[in-house]
Design a protein around this ligand. Structure first.
Ligand code: AHR
Length: 544
């Protein structure tokens, strides 16, 4: 039986920033039906912007078993592989589609010297990964291997250059190695490593978290580093590097002011990178409802960060030439024990139904703010943090698609479509500003008030795609969605759902939480569907 939360305030909240005036356009009846029904509207004729496929991009770092074991097992491994790349990882990621892959870090990037990872593998030096546990890195996965992996899964490469412990010269040479066609010593070294064709790497990050592990710079110093490095970022092979400057942790507006003020009159970045994790002290599979809501509520701050950082950037860049990147995002469950990390690798993190809901909330935010975003990279691709695929450690022979993988799959139909405004009767209210904290990471106070219904929509040609997320663990919802500006004829839907917020896909039960067909009815300008507690539903409607 469907029930309604008795404690929810029936305050109408627009789920698209800046759309307050739209409320007056709604038919009166929309918000006055029975309490068991949640009222929503898609304004198919009110466009926000294109949902770039790049909003569904990924990040892979030399950290724990993300690269080694998760992506790369080596050509001589007993684990089925394609030239050293883990076969099941490749298959699953190709199916998901990875628009862009950012590498090699993360904190690792500012301590990584690319020359260590090129040339004959047996001659590569053994170095120490000082950021992630001090293990000895054999550098068997280097630039050629990264590009090879990107080609296998169909991703555009995005390289984070070393600012903290590196130099402009080192970055410039890496660009020549990757992009100069042939005839120079560095391009010939690339060819000797197996690729006569240039890699044509376009996306380059100028360091990572320069306010922290990337060098503990102040914003003005980070901007000066950007200016210095950008001077030597050359267009080898005709590829003009797209340079991503280091933005703040979360919504630190002071950092952005300091960075952009210092750059005034100089080369501005092509992209500006914000990191925004959704932290929790809980262990991945031991969340209480309260801990879940505390974590899920951070997505209101993610949305606010995107809106406020974009607004501030607009004052420096009114024509929006600088793309806003959410370079690292996702749930970070800090309750993993040292013994588990010892067994599986640093930051190994199972994904539950709660994690999938978090992914759904984040991806709905990106759709609703599509006009403000250029690229978003979930952290991280395999085994680490909010991963798509989990493997049982470097020696493991199985890989499992996580609940987060399936959440991403439910958003795939939005890629390339035009986001349109939506409206719900949800009780969520915008989070307070969080602009005062420094560049570094800190745990803001988190509200345990239950997160409410979330939605987004997009259209293209005669398709309208709508995604609903029910983050409540104790409330089934019945969605009544008015369709404005479009005539829908038929629809189909898919659902990801488990009543247990800690349900997950294990090696013994790999398909416990996967997407399934779901019933949707379309009639008289409305769409109706059930949205059980802890579920994500994507409906695809055929329109006239
Ligand atoms: O993703 C894990 C770490 O989180 C990255 O290395 C760093 O950029 C961030 O602090």
């Amino acid at each position: 039986m469907l029930s309604m939360p008795s404690n929810l305030t029936r305050r109408r909240v627009l789920q698209s920033a800046g759309a307050a005036s739209l409320a007056s356009l709604l038919p009166r009846a929309v918000f006055s039906q029975s309490a068991a029904t949640r009222k929503t509207v898609v304004h198919a004729d009110q466009e926000i912007g294109t949902i770039r496929a790049e909003l569904h991009s990924h990040f892979a770092e030399h950290l724990g078993s993300c690269v080694y074991g998760g992506i790369w097992v080596g050509k001589n491994s007993a684990i089925p592989n394609v030239n050293g790349y883990r076969g099941d990882t490749v298959d699953y990621l190709r199916e998901l589609g990875v628009p862009v892959l950012r590498w090699p870090g993360g904190c690792f990037a500012d301590d990584y010297h690319w020359r260590d990872g090129v040339g004959p593998p047996e001659k590569r030096p053994r170095t120490v990964n000082t950021n992630w546990g001090g293990y000895v890195e054999d550098n068997s996965f280097g630039t050629n291997e990264f590009i090879g992996f990107c080609k296998l899964i169909g991703a555009q490469p995005y390289i984070a250059a070393n600012v903290g412990a590196g130099s402009p010269e080192e970055m410039r040479d890496w660009m020549e190695y990757c992009n100069y066609p042939s005839g120079s010593t560095l391009s010939d070294l690339r060819a000797a490593g197996g690729s006569a064709e240039p890699f044509n790497v376009r996306y380059w990050g100028i360091g990572n978290e320069l306010w922290g592990c990337g060098g503990n710079f102040r914003a003005d110093q980070a901007a000066a580093e950007f200016r210095h490095f950008a001077t030597f970022a050359r267009p080898f092979g005709g590829v003009r590097p797209f340079l991503v400057g280091c933005g703040p942790n979360q919504n630190n507006l002071q950092w952005t002011r300091g960075f952009m003020d210092t750059l005034a009159g100089n080369r501005q970045p092509d992209g500006y990178s914000v990191h925004h994790y959704s932290d929790s002290p809980s262990a991945p599979l031991a969340f209480t409802p309260e801990a879940m809501y505390a974590q899920l509520n951070t997505f209101q701050r993610v949305e606010q960060t995107i809106v406020q950082q974009r607004n501030l950037l607009d004052t420096y860049d009114p024509n929006r030439r600088i793309g806003l990147f959410l370079d690292e995002w996702g749930v970070w469950d800090h309750g993993v024990t040292p013994a588990e990390e010892q067994r599986n690798g640093r930051l190994w993190q199972q994904q539950s139904m709660r994690s999938a809901v978090a992914a759904g909330l984040g991806l709905n935010v990106f759709n609703r703010q599509a006009d403000k975003l250029y690229m978003c990279n979930i952290a991280q691709m395999v085994n680490v943090l909010q991963c798509m695929i989990i493997t049982d450690g470097p020696q493991g022979k199985t890989a499992v698609r996580t609940t987060s993988y399936w959440a991403f799959m439910l958003f795939k139909p939005h890629r390339g479509k035009t986001a349109v405004r939506v409206e719900t009767d949800a009780s969520n209210s915008p989070a307070p500003a969080d602009g005062a904290r420094g560049g570094g990471r800190g745990a803001p106070k988190q509200s345990e008030t239950p997160t409410d219904l979330s939605m987004s929509a997009s259209r293209q040609g005669n398709q309208l795609v709508v995604t609903f997320v029910n983050p409540r663990h104790d409330v089934n919802m019945s969605i009544d969605c008015a369709l404005g500006g479009v005539t829908a004829r038929s629809g189909s839907a898919q659902i990801l759902h488990d009543a247990d917020l800690n349900a997950y896909n294990s090696f013994d039960n790999p398909n416990r939480v996967t997407i399934k067909p779901h019933t949707v009815t379309v009639e008289a300008g409305r769409m109706k569907l059930d949205l059980p507690a802890l579920s994500i539903v994507t409906a695809t409607l055929e329109t006239a």
